[in-house]
Design a protein around this ligand. Structure first.
Ligand code: NAD
Length: 304
């Protein structure tokens, strides 16, 4: 069965290429008509460690869809998820499955506006994708997907979805502990996206003693809020990921910094804002994360 991908940007292009290469029909849906035209004419391309991959896929705007896919991957930026789901709302039936692998938290609530718990799954992916040109990405290295249906029960629809992601070589796993993985990635992103965004510096620039102490302050807040929410994140595991990034991601601009520099809306609300709100629900103050959220919100509102 066809997989619909909502958002034909970096991740949509990577997943679309790999799924289509495995023989799984893919429909990319986006609001950018020019991008869709390019994909219809030239297909999707992905540079990988194993060489370039290319595939032909269907690429449409939501209102052009006649045969609604039964499975959807949500790959818009967080700020656009609601509008994107609204545009396909008339295509969501009782058999439809929606999987969000977006960064940040709060996606479940948005998905719930359009579907029942048994139709929704959220997760994380470590697959990287960098947009080179419309319909063309670079995705070096390898990654994994972990997700869990919202009900905690794996039905045939989500099992098939997981199997197809694996057929495409995307290393997918249904993981009852996915909330832990989501919050560990959230902590990492809150620190690196926030601090690199505000300082306009790449990841390795935070390797100084001051950078490390700022990272630690953000991580401590997110870990405390996670624990209050009953999610047992592993601070040592996060620290190991942080060290790896400081040592190996030389010259890397986190996506939030890229968005700020390109004057696009950032995902700060589903990263920092969501941590602040989750803390407030448990009476936990998160001054560092709140300040990052406010500073980034202020910066992205500035007109050129
Ligand atoms: P992107 O900006 O490259 O792509 C988003 C696409 O969504 C764009 O093509 C945009 O035109 C489209 N869009 C906007 N509004 C829409 C609407 N209403 N309907 C349909 N499409 C719409 O973003 P990305 O880098 O692919 O990231 C997508 C998500 O995946 C984000 O949450 C991001 O944090 C997460 N993620 C990204 C990476 C990565 O390496 N790029 C890795 C892991 C997770």
């Amino acid at each position: 069965a066809t997989v619909g991908i909502l958002g034909a940007g970096a991740m949509g292009t990577l997943f679309g290429t790999r799924l289509a290469r495995a023989g799984i029909p893919v429909t990319l849906v986006d609001v950018n008509a020019q991008l869709l035209q390019t994909i219809r004419e030239h297909g999707v391309h992905c540079e990988t460690d194993q060489g370039p991959l290319h595939a032909s896929v269907q690429a449409l705007q939501a209102h052009e869809l006649t045969l609604p896919p039964a499975r959807w991957l949500i790959f818009t930026k967080a700020a656009h998820t609601q509008a994107a789901l609204q545009s396909i709302a008339h295509l969501i039936g009782p058999g439809t499955r929606l999987l969000s692998l977006q960064n940040g938290i709060g996606h479940i609530e948005t998905l719930h506006e359009f579907a029942d718990a048994r139709q929704i799954a959220v997760g994380v992916t470590t697959w990287p994708a960098r947009l080179l040109a419309p319909g063309k990405v670079s995705s070096l290295g390898s990654g994994k997907i972990r997700f869990m249906p919202r009900t905690g029960q794996v039905d045939a629809g989500f099992q098939d979805f997981c199997d197809d992601l694996n057929r495409a070589g995307l290393h997918s796993e249904i993981d009852p502990e996915v909330e832990t993985a989501i919050w560990e990635k959230l902590a990492f992103n809150a620190a690196f996206n926030g601090l690199c965004g505000i300082t306009r510096q790449t990841v390795d620039a935070l390797a100084s003693p001051l950078g490390r102490s700022l990272i630690r302050e953000v991580l401590d807040e997110v870990v405390t809020v996670a624990a209050a929410n009953g999610i047992a994140v592993d601070a040592l595991r996060i620290q190991a990921t942080v060290e790896d990034a400081l040592n190996h991601h030389v010259g890397h601009q986190p996506s939030l910094l890229q968005d700020l520099l390109a004057r696009r809306p950032t995902e700060t609300d589903s990263i920092h804002g969501a941590v602040v709100r989750a803390g407030e629900r448990h009476g936990i103050d998160t001054p560092m994360t709140r300040t990052l959220h406010r500073l980034i919100s202020m910066t992205q509102q500035r007109t050129p």
